[in-house]
Design a protein around this ligand. Structure first.
Ligand code: 3EB
Length: 333
């Protein structure tokens, strides 16, 4: 494949594939994120981003690579490095949490910087955001860290005059890492995407306050046309119906419920066709011993053509045993 045939989209790659892939797609790369054990990376236009979450299934690491069908340009400002084509930008930031500083404050600072960055380059619409930070379920100043994170994110949306509703809220994931600080990467568009909610679930930004003083801000999925394809970004999806966790302590039932939620979301999306397109999943399991069961159910649901990466990670509610995020690309139209 030469770079002129690069598609817009995503690949999950092994360590022995990444070098050649980046060469083939030189000039078209939007972003590269490594999971698992860090290793020497080929030269990239931004420093390599590592997330300390172990990769399951016998691999040491895995690479998430976003590419564009068009040439990309580097965008650097205020410590945020990214790349953009004419429609979307992809960038990341890592914030250190210093002693005496709350995750809430860090989350608020991170989002304020993201808003400034995307506004400056005029890709004002957040489409997809990934968040990783350690001790996600631990207490910090009397509040679970994930809930503190939500307070900070919410505060930044309000302080920056961003509306909280279907308009301009991104699809997202928030997972625990083993070390590091707050790591966020994101995709933003010149034009907004179309939010897709799950009729089986209350919108996350309308969660009642039993899940924290401020609700999370993400939509369940987002559909956007990029690179001549319909792209469907599925947020981290778990065994939640309404706003409650179902099947506490039962990973098999949680897996079935999660897959039903994803199936439901795909049915809301405008252009899902199981016989066409490409499906990629990141599957986060809290307990390694659930891997084989989850793998077989995911394969039964999506078939072998679906590319899935399995990661060992804490989920943002302590009673959730797994969470699955996805991206589906269809160029049939
Ligand atoms: C949930 O449905 C599970 O806080 O950005 C999934 C995706 C979840 C994104 C976020 C949280 C987030 O509430 C948790």
């Amino acid at each position: 494949m030469d770079s002129s045939s690069t598609q817009f989209g995503l690949a999950y790659l092994d360590a022995d594939e990444i070098g050649a892939y980046l060469e083939t797609h030189a000039g078209h790369v939007l972003g590269v994120i490594g999971f698992g054990r860090s290793m020497q990376m080929p030269a990239l236009s931004c420093a390599p981003l590592w997330v300390d979450i172990p990769v399951l299934g016998g691999r040491d690491n895995s690479f998430e690579v976003w590419t564009s069908d068009s040439p990309t340009v580097r965008c650097v400002r205020d410590g945020i490095c990214g790349a953009a084509d004419e429609k979307v930008m992809f960038a990341s930031l890592t914030l250190q949490q210093h002693a005496g500083e709350s995750l809430e404050k860090l989350a608020s600072q991170a989002y304020t910087r993201i808003f400034e960055y995307i506004d400056h380059f005029e890709y004002r619409h957040l489409l997809r955001v990934w968040h990783y930070f350690p001790q996600i379920n631990d207490d910090e100043n009397g509040l679970e860290r994930y809930r503190g994170f939500n307070v900070g994110r919410h505060g930044a949306f309000v302080a920056n005059g961003r509306s909280i509703g279907e308009e301009d809220v991104p699809a997202a994931s928030a997972l625990g890492s083993n070390s590091g600080s707050l790591t966020i990467y994101f995709m933003a568009g010149k034009l907004p995407g179309k939010a897709v909610e799950n009729p089986r679930q209350v919108s996350a930004y309308q969660y009642p306050d039993q899940f924290g003083p401020k609700s999370p801000i993400f939509v369940r999925a987002l559909s956007v046309r990029l690179g001549g394809q319909d792209c469907f970004f599925i947020s981290g999806t778990a065994s939640i119906v309404g706003f409650e966790t179902l099947h506490q302590g039962d990973s098999e039932k949680q897996t079935a419920e999660t897959l039903l939620n994803i199936r439901t979301l795909l049915q809301q999306g405008p252009h899902y066709d199981p016989a066409q397109g490409r499906m990629l999943l990141k599957v986060y399991v809290r307990h390694e011993h659930d891997l084989a069961m989850v793998q077989s159910r995911v394969q039964a649901e999506f078939g072998k053509a679906c590319q899935a990466v399995y990661l060992h990670s804490n989920i943002c509610r302590s009673d959730l045993l797994l969470e699955i995020e996805g991206a589906y690309f269809n160029d049939a139209r």
